[in-house]
Ligand binder design. Sequence first.
Ligand SMILES: C[S@@+](CC[C@H](N)C(=O)[O-])C[C@H]1O[C@@H](n2cnc3c(N)ncnc32)[C@H](O)[C@@H]1O
Length: 199
Amino acid sequence: MQELTFSHLSNNDGSYKNTWEEDFRYTKSMKIRGLKMLKIASKVCKWKSIVDVGCGNQQLKPLVFRLNPEAEYIGIDRLNHCSDTIIADFNKGEYPKVTADLAILSGVVEYIYPEMIDRFFSWVCDTSPIIVLSYWPIDFGQKEIMKAAKRRRRPDSWVNHFTISEVITIFSRRGFFPEMIHRYQKSSQYIMLFGRIIE
Ligand SMILES: C[S@@+](CC[C@H](N)C(=O)[O-])C[C@H]1O[C@@H](n2cnc3c(N)ncnc32)[C@H](O)[C@@H]1O
């Protein structure tokens, strides 16, 4: 598999190219995943406000209001599919100052450049005390297994390749612990829920 690097992602003018394109489809399976994530989070905490990080066309929004009609919903994305989306490109270091009881990262982490991961997750951890995210990790274990796992990933658009334990380490360094790690629909995609450790 060809590793994606910044040079592969550069536009002609030297700026970087995000790999989720404007005309990509937001599928029903993404919506179903979002609902599952909301339900998982609702078992752990009583949320009133939600920040939907990488909200796309805000498929999650009606589901949020179905579960809690009084909720505050904040959607953030680099694309303006909805008029009330806060526009920010995480790969350009754009991190709006928002806070919410719960942050949902559904299908977005795979598109964050490795160079930006630290800043991205620092911002996410400052934004909410509870974070639920989906991610397709590479399997941990022997190198050969990891290489095979990488080949199954989407080389055209997924730009980072972490194991589950690396994701846990990213959060634990910021004072968050994994409350739940759920293998989603028997696939190699996971839904993970992290909570801030209360001192
Ligand atoms: C797979 S879609 C998921 C959309 C939505 N969360 C859902 O589950 O229906 C990924 C979303 O992440 C957004 N995204 C990818 N890279 C981004 C970046 N660098 N900054 C902000 N948003 C980004 C894309 O624009 C897209 O809307």
